[in-house]
Design a protein around this ligand. Structure first.
Ligand SMILES: [Zn+2]
Length: 274
């Protein structure tokens, strides 16, 4: 299997209702049960259900690896992260978290994003059970885009799919939603949506990222800059002085001009998107 054959990696567009929500701390009102176990953001849950149904019609069973491989709370991501990564240097692949370098305990272990930085924390990612099985992978390659999913890391993580289409699900998903009576959660009227979870979170208008902004896209910006060696420390979702310095240095290295604003060109280049 060549890498090119399923090099389907699309930037994630965040659903608008994730604004102001800290990764790993989604209010229950935004979550729905995932077919096969666990929970997902309601739009991802619908896209997943539609895809599972279509696969079944073609004789392919899709299910999550486990309930823990759908939406993950911050605390569960933290527990899993600390199982797989250690601060003791060992020459293995690293992540940056809480201002420290963490090393994979065993190179054979699957990589795991630092807490709060994974799409599993936004309810947009689901890991597919035995995704690399040839028949299943072939079906996924032919169909994931129809349902708004794409991979994040190919070819290393055939199981890890993220729903990328935000508030504009593709026809196969919106048709399924209409057929199944899925409606948008009534934000602000459902108890729990104004929970403590959202306090102190996002300031992000969905456009350029500027100093002072905060939220999941800032976390992603920090994570991407950290991976490229421009941001040091723990991604915290706050566009402060460290992030400013990282953006300025990154733009300079790319010839993207001056200033700390992360505009369209920077966001596109880092795969974050507006
Ligand atoms: Zn995953």
């Amino acid at each position: 299997m060549s890498k090119v054959e399923w090099d389907i990696v699309v930037a994630v567009k965040q659903p608008a209702d994730l604004k102001g929500v800290q990764p790993g701390k989604l209010p229950e009102s935004l979550l729905r049960p995932a077919v096969g176990g666990g929970k997902l953001h309601w739009l991802t849950a619908a896209a997943w259900a539609a895809m599972v149904e279509a696969a079944k019609a073609d004789g392919v069973e899709l299910k999550p690896v486990s309930a823990g491989d759908t939406y993950r709370t911050y605390d569960s991501q933290l527990a899993a992260f600390k199982q797989r990564y250690t601060t003791t240097p060992n020459g293995n692949a690293t992540r940056t978290f809480e201002g420290k370098k963490w090393y994979k305990k065993d190179p054979k272990l699957a990589s795991l994003a630092a807490p709060g930085t994974s799409q599993h924390n936004t309810g947009l990612a689901v890991d597919v059970h035995t995704a690399a099985e040839p028949k299943r992978l072939k079906w996924l390659i032919a169909n994931v885009r129809k349902f708004g999913f794409s991979w994040e890391v190919v070819p290393e993580e055939p199981w890890h799919l993220r729903y990328t289409e935000g508030d504009n699900p593709p026809a196969a998903v919106s048709d399924w939603m209409a057929k199944n009576g899925v409606v948008k959660p009534a934000i602000g009227t459902t108890p729990g949506t104004k929970s403590a979870d959202a306090v102190g979170a996002t300031k992000d208008d969905g456009g350029d990222l500027d100093p002072g902004d905060s939220g999941p896209r800032v976390t992603k910006l920090q994570e991407e800059l950290a991976e490229r060696g421009f941001y040091q420390g723990a991604p915290d979702g706050q566009f402060g002085p460290k992030t400013e310095a990282a953006v300025i240095a990154y733009k300079k290295s790319k010839g993207f001009g001056e200033g700390a604003k992360a505009g369209k060109r920077v966001l596109d280049d880092l795969g974050i998107g507006l």
